[in-house]
Design a protein around this ligand. Structure first.
Ligand code: ZN
Length: 218
C-alpha cells in the first residue's frame, strides 16, 4: 500500500519507529546523571568560607557579613568544602595529617547535622601541635588510628558512600596555602567501591578492641 506522500507505508512506519527510539534514548541520556569528575589543584588562594559554612549550618537563614578582609571567592578550598558539605548521610575520612581549622569546622558541622562521620588518622601525626583530631573527638566524632611504625598515609574522603575525594592533599593549612597538591573528585562506582572496602577494612583493623598494649613488667 502507498501513502499519500508516495512512500511505502512500511517505510514510513520504520522511520517513525526509529524516531521514537531516538527520542527514548535522548530522554534516557538526559535523565542519567552526568559522571562527576572534578580536579582541584593547590595551593589555593585564601578565601572567606563563613558564608558557605553559615549556609550549611542554617540553610536559608540570612548570613551575617563576615568582617574578615578575605575575598568570598570560589577557590580550590571552597570547592573542596562545598563537596564535603554536600554529605547527607555519611562521611568517611582517611586523613594522614589534619590540622586545618576550616576543614575541621566543616566536619564538625556535618556531625552536628546528623551525618555519620568516621575518621581514620595517623597515630603519630594526630598528636602534633595544631592537630584538629582532639577537637573532633571532643565533639563526639568517632576517630580511629593505626598502631604501626609505618604511617597511615592515605588522604581520602567518601561522601554518602558514592563520592570519592582523593589526592595528595593533607588537610593542613600549610598544604592548602603553600604546597603544590592535587585532589580528584569522582563518583564512578568502579573507583568509589574499592576505597569504601579499604576504609571498612582499615576501620575494623584499627578497632580499639584490637589494640595491642605493651606488657608492663613489675
Ligand atoms: Zn571571613
Amino acid at each position: 500500500m502507498w501513502s499519500p506522500a508516495g512512500l511505502p507505508r512500511a517505510a514510513l512506519l520504520a522511520v517513525a519507529a526509529a524516531a521514537a527510539a531516538l527520542a527514548v534514548a535522548a530522554v534516557a541520556a538526559w535523565r542519567r546523571p552526568r559522571p562527576l569528575r572534578e580536579v582541584l589543584f593547590f595551593p589555593s588562594r585564601p578565601c572567606c568560607l563563613e558564608a558557605l559554612l553559615a549556609e550549611a549550618a542554617a540553610p536559608g537563614a540570612p548570613a551575617l557579613p563576615c568582617p574578615c578582609p578575605l575575598p568570598r571567592a570560589e577557590t580550590s578550598l571552597s570547592r573542596l568544602v562545598r563537596r564535603l558539605l554536600s554529605a547527607r548521610r555519611s562521611l568517611d575520612l582517611c586523613i594522614f595529617a589534619f590540622s586545618c581549622p576550616q576543614l575541621a569546622r566543616a566536619v564538625q558541622l556535618l556531625h552536628r547535622r546528623g551525618v555519620r562521620v568516621r575518621l581514620v588518622t595517623d597515630a603519630q601525626y594526630m598528636g602534633l601541635h595544631g592537630s584538629q583530631i582532639g577537637r573532633l573527638r571532643h565533639a563526639g566524632i568517632q576517630v580511629r588510628h593505626d598502631q604501626h611504625s609505618g604511617f597511615m598515609h592515605h588522604k581520602f574522603a567518601i561522601v554518602d558512600r558514592r563520592m570519592l575525594i582523593t589526592g595528595s592533599l593533607n588537610w593542613t593549612t600549610q598544604a592548602i596555602q603553600s604546597n603544590r597538591e592535587n585532589v580528584l573528585v569522582v563518583d564512578d562506582a568502579a573507583c568509589v567501591k574499592p576505597f569504601l572496602d579499604e576504609f571498612e577494612r582499615i576501620w575494623e583493623e584499627y578497632n580499639p578492641t584490637n589494640y595491642v598494649f605493651p606488657k608492663v613488667s613489675n
